[in-house]
Design a binder for this molecule. Structure first.
Ligand code: HEM
Length: 126
């Protein structure tokens, strides 16, 4: 049991996820509704933090050393619509990179559990 690959490992671990995140953030920056959020972001550091975060959230073996997601995203005006677009880009990138459909579904379900941490309270009514 303990020897079973984690979800992160089934996707290909750190090297595969690093390539996925390169493509994913290129798509996000190209999206006219999402790109402006990242105008002042340090993308290298963000990609590294996101890699760690996913490495931990998809059952390891990475650990996450960044800010709490609620803290990192509060006050940015992120709505449910932004969150869904962001997640849709991630889903499309996983598919484009050849990740299996079962893993894609598992990853998106896992990511959706963080919606309340990302979407601002005052914006939920949208
Ligand atoms: C489940 C979805 C998401 C996850 C897992 C996630 C994850 C992260 C992580 C790990 C960080 C780095 C925190 C740190 O620096 O310590 C971060 C920062 C950030 N995220 Fe997200 N995020 C998500 C959704 C979004 C969405 C929907 C937006 C905007 C539309 C967004 C915009 C940002 C911005 C602007 C930063 C700060 C970048 C910087 O200035 O360095 N995130 N996110």
């Amino acid at each position: 049991m303990g020897d079973e690959a984690t979800l992160f490992e089934r996707i290909g671990g750190e090297p595969a996820m690093a390539r996925i995140l390169d493509e994913f953030y290129a798509r996000v920056l190209d999206d006219p509704e999402l790109g402006p959020f990242f105008r002042h972001a340090s993308m290298d550091s963000l990609r590294r933090m996101q890699l760690e975060f996913l490495g931990a959230a998809l059952d390891g073996p990475l650990g996450y050393s960044g800010l709490a997601l609620s803290h990192a995203h509060q006050g940015r005006g992120i709505t449910a619509r932004h969150f869904n677009r962001f997640t849709q880009h991630f889903l499309e990138t996983l598919r484009a990179r050849g990740v299996g459909e079962a893993e894609v579904v598992d990853v998106i379900a896992r990511i959706n559990t963080y919606a309340d941490d990302i979407v601002g309270r005052s914006a939920v009514s949208e």
